[in-house]
Structures are given as structure tokens and as C-alpha cells.
Write a protein that binds this ligand. Structure first.
Ligand SMILES: Cc1cc2nc3c(=O)[nH]c(=O)nc-3n(C[C@H](O)[C@H](O)[C@H](O)COP(=O)(O)O)c2cc1C
Length: 377
């Protein structure tokens, strides 16, 4: 019997999955749907000090297909609630849900951070997520030193409230690793790594930005590797809990975050695009992995990958591999020979590997017939 329960910033969660701040967590009814489908905790849609952000344009979503990947491009803005309505929303959420409710706020003055923080604390929030990382927020657009501001705000909020304080980091930084260490030292109880990127897509026919006409939030399955890289680098060195965020589409993705050192995993786009039922499926995916490995608790595999990541000096550089073509499967499409910059594949009547094969492995990766494998020289 596997146990999915975990802890995050001192809170007890029945599952490592957290519904990330977005429209999907904007009302009590939506929070209930997430709870009913097995979520471990919810982060409520961000309350913004900047009032203009409380109204979103329509339409505000675009699903952009790149070759083989997807971006959920969006210009969804803040919670529509003002501070008092938001506190009331948190109060109602707490009275109707039995899982932890984390309130997300985004301010640009110290006075508002303290005021909003105290309001949500009094309303019963279990923790506060500091959203200074919104891809269309004031801070990222103004060019101010976001990490300096994050550290100062973390300290400010730690003094202002008693509940856990969790900064949500931007991926748009020159050094997310040192940012995480600084926020940990500033007293953060948890860290969300990361919010989304700010992007631009262009309608080349009309020669204008797509959607609402400006920059927008930019994320998708492709973004997971960035978060995994930084979480695995910092998790062995920091005291506070990490919540992995970005690009989770299934149970395997969630497992990757835990192996990299995150104790919880935030999901958003996958719920927007598939509905709340997907939470159940992702929980089951994690359970299936645990059963197959004989793990009974999350802590048994959390961070397991960190000590297995090789440094540049440790990488095996022996030239042991070369390509081999299975002529029964080969359809003679010629793709392998076209992409081989080493001219390692002869494309006569029959395709064959010659001595110039460098062993890079690209042909085996792209062969549509899966006719190529890498073997020992
Ligand atoms: C439509 C949309 C709205 C979002 N709104 C917020 C928000 O209000 N506050 C916030 O901190 N993050 C917000 N996010 C970011 C998510 O909380 C989360 O960090 C991110 O989407 C995780 O990546 P994923 O969507 O690939 O799961 C939003 C994301 C999307 C897609």
C-alpha cells in the first residue's frame, strides 16, 4: 500500500500535488473540484495590489503548437477580488475545504504586502505564496531587481505574519540557483520553482502580436527540464521545502520533480486543458511508479537523482558506440544519411553504417522505423 502524503512548509498534505494559482483556483467551487479529485493543497488565484490587473481581457488563451510540443499562451490576470473580498473568499474556502489553502498575493508596496498578508492570515489561510514572479506583473515588467525585492519581501512578510511564507520564483533570472539560496537564507518556509516565462508570439500575416496584443505567460511541457535542472542543483543545499512547478502533464512528470528533490508538485496548465479529473490520473501515475519500485512513501525517492548527476569531469567520454541498422525494419527513407554530418551512413541501394560513424546517436533517435540501434564498437 503506497502512501502519497507529504509535508510542505510545515503543512500536512495527503498528496504531493498542489493546484497552482490560476483561474482554476479562483473560486471556492473550483477549489472544491480540485479537492474532490484528490489534490493535496490549493494555491488560490493571486490577489494583486494593482487594480487594473483584476480584469482579464477576452479572449486570453491560445494553444500554440510547435513541432512536437505545446505552449499554453495566456494573458489571464489577477483574481477579480479586491483585498476584503479576497479575505472573504479565503475564509469561505477554509470553511468548505479540508485540505491546506495557500493564499497567493502580489503587491508593489511594503504597506500593501503587510496589509494583504495579515488579511489572508486572519481569514484562515494556511500559508502565503509571494507572487513577485508573475510573467505580466509589475515587477518583471519594470526592470527592478526582482531577487533583491523578493528577499526583502520575504523578510518583511516573515516579520508580519505567523503562517508559512513561500516565495514563488521567476525562471527569468540570471542565476536561479543563487536566488533560491538567498530566499532560503531570508527565512522562506518553502520555495516554488518556478512561475512561467514571459513570451511573445507573432501573427506573421497581420504582423502583430497574437491574442490581446502584448506579452503573455508562456509555459508548457517543454518547460519542465529547466525547473528539474535547478531543483536538483539546489535541493541538497537548502533547508526549506521545494514545490516543483512547470510542465507537468502526467504522473511520470510529477515523479521526476520528486526525484529531483521537490516534496510537492504544482500543476496548472494540465488542469486547464484537461479538467480537474486529471488530478486523479496524475496521483494514480505516482502510485503506479511507487508500486513498481517498491516504495511506500514519497520520502523514499525524494531527491534520489541528485547524487547521481555527473559533473563535467565525471562524464564517460569513451568512444564506445556506433550505429547499427536493422535491414528488416529499414524502409530506406534516407533520413539517417541526410542528417549524418559525419557521412557515417552509405546510402546506396542498401543503407549501411561505415567507419566514419561517430556514435553520436542522432540517427537512432530520429529513425521513423526504429531500425537503428547503438551498439558497442
Ligand atoms: C492561465 C494561467 C494563470 C495563472 N495565474 C497565476 C497567478 O495568478 N498567480 C501565480 O502565481 N501564478 C499564476 N500562474 C502560474 C501557475 O500558478 C503555475 O506556476 C504554472 O502555470 C505552472 O506550470 P504549468 O502550467 O505548466 O503546470 C498562472 C498560469 C496560467 C497558465
Amino acid at each position: 500500500m503506497v502512501d502519497l502524503s507529504t509535508t510542505y512548509a510545515g503543512l500536512k498534505l495527503r498528496s504531493p500535488l498542489i493546484a497552482a494559482a490560476a483561474g482554476i483556483t479562483g473560486t471556492v467551487e473550483r477549489l472544491k473540484k480540485a479537492e474532490d479529485n484528490g489534490i493535496g493543497a490549493v494555491v488560490t488565484k493571486s490577489l494583486f495590489q494593482k487594480e487594473i490587473c483584476r480584469v482579464s481581457p477576452t479572449p486570453r488563451f491560445k494553444v500554440i503548437k510547435h513541432s512536437g510540443s505545446t505552449t499554453l499562451y495566456s494573458y489571464e490576470q489577477a483574481s477579480e477580488y479586491g483585498p476584503e473580498e479576497y479575505a472573504e473568499f479565503i475564509y469561505r474556502a477554509k470553511s468548505q475545504l479540508s485540505i491546506p489553502v495557500i493564499a497567493s498575493i502580489n503587491c508593489y508596496t511594503d504597506e500593501a504586502w503587510i496589509k494583504y498578508g495579515k488579511l489572508v492570515e486572519q481569514a484562515g489561510a494556511d500559508a502565503i505564496e509571494l507572487n513577485l514572479s508573475c510573467p505580466h506583473g509589475v515587477h518583471l515588467m519594470s526592470g527592478i531587481d526582482v531577487i533583491k525585492s523578493m528577499v526583502a519581501t520575504t523578510k518583511l512578510m516573515k516579520n508580519a505574519v505567523k503562517i508559512p511564507v513561500i516565495p514563488k520564483m521567476t525562471p527569468q533570472s540570471t542565476n536561479p540557483g543563487s536566488d533560491a539560496l538567498r530566499l532560503d537564507q531570508a527565512g522562506a518556509d518553502g520555495l516554488v520553482m518556478f512561475n512561467r516565462f514571459t513570451g511573445l508570439d507573432i501573427d506573421v500575416e497581420k504582423e502583430v502580436p497574437v491574442l490581446h496584443g502584448g506579452y503573455a505567460g508562456h509555459g508548457g511541457p517543454w518547460s519542465i527540464m529547466f525547473s528539474l535542472r535547478w531543483i536538483s542543483a539546489v535541493s541538497p543545499h537548502i533547508r526549506c521545502d521545494i514545490s516543483g512547478s512547470g510542465g507537468v502533464m502526467n504522473g511520470e512528470d510529477a515523479v521526476k520533480y520528486i526525484l529531483a528533490g521537490a516534496g510537492t508538485v504544482q500543476i496548472c496548465s494540465v488542469i486547464i486543458l484537461n479538467g480537474y479529473q486529471v488530478i486523479n490520473r496524475i496521483n494514480k501515475g505516482i502510485e503506479k511508479f511507487m508500486e513498481s519500485k517498491g516504495y511506500s512513501s514519497i520520502s523514499e525517492f525524494k531527491g534520489k537523482i541528485c547524487s547521481r548527476i555527473k559533473s563535467m569531469d565525471e562524464v564517460d567520454r569513451t568512444q564506445w558506440a556506433k550505429a547499427e541498422i536493422d535491414m528488416i525494419r529499414c524502409t530506406s527513407c534516407g533520413l539517417c544519411a541526410r542528417v549524418c554530418i559525419y557521412d557515417g551512413i552509405d546510402a546506396d541501394e542498401k543503407y549501411s553504417v561505415n567507419d566514419k560513424c561517430d556514435g553520436c546517436g542522432l540517427c537512432a533517435e530520429i529513425c521513423p522505423a526504429k531500425a537503428i540501434s547503438m551498439v558497442r564498437r
